[in-house]
Design a protein. Structure first.
Length: 245
């Protein structure tokens, strides 16, 4: 078992939309430099879970970030400043702005707080994502789906997160681009950033992750080392039967 410091610890987390409980009783731990994945079908509550962790939705339960308990009113800007970032499913780029300007906006919170090494950060992002370097003056809205996903990830990394949360990074992409995105996710491990990956593509997610969780209709029904989950009969029958990545 890893002895790396715990970044995020979640206990008995529940999120409701009115009287409907979308997720309930969620327990989750993520350590420094670890890749964890949450897999499950559409409507399982995966995006709801990430939104609650990012402070976008109110939640009940206990959330500790960097060892400090978090209250119900969690400010997104404050969490970003503390090293927690989210790449949403829709990517939410500024379509009329260039690649470079989108990346600069990702580093703006750090710049505003006096951390001015944005040129160094930009060079690092271009090393991770050479295609962004080639298209640095191109408008984000004219890029392919895979390129937009790379830009969304690069923009989030400009904040120098300790934990990067990715919501369905393979959604809508061609199989060859999906493989490239997951190779990039694997390489990010070498930078020391921890990753919480929400994915429907269970095969690719379990291949890149250290630890996995299976979420169904709001409940965490299975968890364990990713390699073991990939061999679990229930996971194979429900999620791995016909997928390719």
């Amino acid at each position: 078992m890893s002895t790396a410091p715990v970044l995020l610890e979640v206990k008995n987390l529940s999120v409701s939309y009115g009287k409907v409980e979308a997720v309930r009783g969620i327990n989750l731990t993520l350590r420094e430099g670890e890749i964890a994945t949450v897999i499950g079908p559409n409507g399982a509550g995966k995006t709801t879970l990430l939104s609650a962790l990012m402070g976008l939705l109110p939640a009940n339960g206990d959330i500790a970030w960097l060892g400090k308990p978090q209250g119900r009113e969690r400010e997104v800007e404050q969490l970003v400043g503390q090293g927690l970032t989210l790449v949403p499913e829709r990517r939410e780029l500024f379509s009329d702005m260039s690649v470079e300007d989108n990346l600069l906006l990702g580093g703006f919170p750090r710049y505003r707080h006096g951390r001015r090494a944005l040129a160094e950060d930009m060079a690092h992002i271009y090393t991770l994502f050479p295609r962004l370097n080639e298209r640095r003056q191109q408008k984000a809205g004219t890029m392919s789906g895979g390129e937009r996903q790379m830009l969304a990830m690069g923009r989030a990394l400009m904040a120098r997160p300790r934990l990067l949360m990715l919501d369905e990074p393979s959604l809508g992409l061609a199989p060859i681009i999906i493989r490239e995105i997951f190779q990039l996710i694997g390489r990010l491990r070498q930078t020391g950033v921890a990753i919480l990956l929400v994915e429907q593509n269970a095969r690719a997610a379990l291949r890149v992750a250290d630890y996995g969780y299976v979420l169904e209709t709001g409940d965490m029904v299975l968890q364990g080392p990713a390699a073991e989950l990939a061999q679990d009969r229930r996971v194979i029958e429900s999620y791995l039967g016909s997928q390719r990545a």
